[in-house]
Structure formats: structure tokens, C-alpha cells
Design a protein around this ligand. Structure first.
Ligand code: ZN
Ligand code: ZN
Length: 238
């Protein structure tokens, strides 16, 4: 136990953690910052789901969530759906004041067998932020998630910052897939001095899969640089 752990432990006796979603008391939920009720309301993505976008689906033929999308990666998987308490976790660990919530992201990964199977033994590549944005924000949630996932998956899984963001794009949230793809074309490149090892599996990691444009732009950059095998994992599916 380090001093930091001890101080945190004392802090939690004096000020017990409150739920990151509803503000209620956290007890016996298996999570550090989610109460029992909110823990129950996390929607884990269970099979069957689309191999391309990770959304749960039951029909055959083209997926209604990603029809026409041409992935530059193999499979995509998400741990949970982006709503309710899971949405609060993402909003939390995406900013400096809520970064402690990342611990519960690791718990979520540990409860997601399909995600762990993809990550076990793989090289996990976080989606990078532009250096200006990274400075502004003080953290990159994808890096934190990649580290959590490597811990949870084991089997030699490790993280590697193989990508850099060369173009600074405006916020994409309000844009459709076509506009996003236009903006993100050539937004990413292989980080200087990086290369791939034959026989290893690579896995892109991000917080939320929305249209898949950002992840696909990263995937294209990795593929063009010679990445031998590439899948995608996100914490949540929007
Ligand atoms: Zn709660
Ligand atoms: Zn799909």
C-alpha cells in the first residue's frame, strides 16, 4: 500500500464515494462509483451483434445501424450501450475532474468476455487526440481506456501509441458520417519511428463508437502503414 492509497482510503471513510450517475450512496454494487440500482441499469452488449459496428442485432442481411459502411478493420466490439449510467461514466472519465471513474470502466471490461477475448495478447492502440486538444483537456480518455483494457485482458496485452493526429478537426458530434469522413480524411498518421511486428494482433481503442468515422480513419492509416491484423474495441456503442 502506498501513501496515496492510504490517503485515498482515509478519504473514502470520511467521505464515502457517491454514485457517478445519480449521486446516491455506493454500496455492494461491485463498482467503485456506481450504486446498485445504476449498476443494474448498465446495458452490456451481448451477442448477437454486428461484426462491423458492434451494435446488437437480430436480423439477417445489411445491418440497419451501419449499412454501406466499409470498415478498414476486421471486427468491432463495444462493452456497453452509450446510455444511462454508462453515459455518465464516459462523461466523467473524459474530463480531469471525473477521471477516477475510469476504475469502473475497467470493471465493465472485466465483465465483457467478447471484448476481453479480442484484447488478450493484443497491442492496444488508443485513438490519439490532436496535441493541442490533448493539452487543453489534460488527458485522452482513449489512452486511459486502453490501459484499463490491457490490465483487464492480460495475456500479454499492452498499449502502444502508434498513431498521431496530424489534423485538428472541429467537434464532430453534430455532423453526419459523410461530413465526418471528409474532415477526417488523412487526419491520422503512423507515429514517428513506429512499426509493426508480424504475427501480432492490433486493436484500436476508443471511448464511443458513433458513426465509426474516426475509428475507420485511424484504421486506414494503420493499414496503409502495414498493420498486419486490426480490430476495434470501444467502451460504449452510441
Ligand atoms: Zn446511482
Ligand atoms: Zn452494424
Amino acid at each position: 500500500m502506498t501513501w496515496r492509497d492510504l490517503v485515498r482510503g482515509l478519504g473514502e471513510v470520511l467521505f464515502p464515494p457517491v454514485c457517478g450517475h445519480c449521486g446516491g450512496l455506493v454500496e455492494g454494487s461491485g463498482y467503485r462509483y456506481l450504486c446498485q440500482e445504476c449498476a443494474r441499469r448498465i446495458d452490456f452488449v451481448r451477442p448477437p451483434c454486428c461484426e462491423t459496428c458492434g451494435h446488437p442485432r437480430y436480423g439477417r442481411g445489411e445491418c440497419e445501424h451501419c449499412g454501406g459502411f466499409e470498415p478498414a478493420y476486421g471486427r468491432a466490439r463495444s462493452a456497453v450501450l452509450f446510455r444511462g449510467p454508462a453515459r455518465s461514466l464516459v462523461a466523467g472519465f473524459g474530463r480531469r475532474g471525473g477521471v477516477h471513474l475510469i476504475r469502473d470502466a475497467e470493471t465493465v471490461f472485466r465483465l465483457s468476455p467478447a471484448v476481453l477475448a479480442l484484447a488478450r495478447g493484443a497491442v492496444l492502440v488508443p485513438v490519439p487526440l490532436h496535441p493541442r486538444r490533448r493539452r487543453e483537456r489534460g488527458l485522452n480518455p482513449s489512452e486511459l481506456l486502453a490501459r484499463c483494457l490491457a490490465n483487464a485482458a492480460g495475456g500479454g496485452a499492452r498499449t502502444a501509441a502508434l498513431l498521431r493526429r496530424v489534423a485538428d478537426t472541429p467537434p464532430l458530434a453534430a455532423l453526419d458520417r459523410e461530413s465526418r469522413e471528409r474532415l477526417l480524411k488523412n487526419a491520422f498518421a503512423l507515429a514517428r519511428g513506429c512499426s509493426f511486428t508480424a504475427g501480432l494482433r492490433y486493436l484500436l481503442v476508443d471511448d464511443v463508437f458513433t458513426t465509426g468515422s474516426t475509428l475507420n480513419s485511424c484504421a486506414r492509416a494503420l493499414r496503409q502503414a502495414g498493420c498486419p491484423s486490426l480490430d476495434v474495441v470501444t467502451f460504449a456503442r452510441g
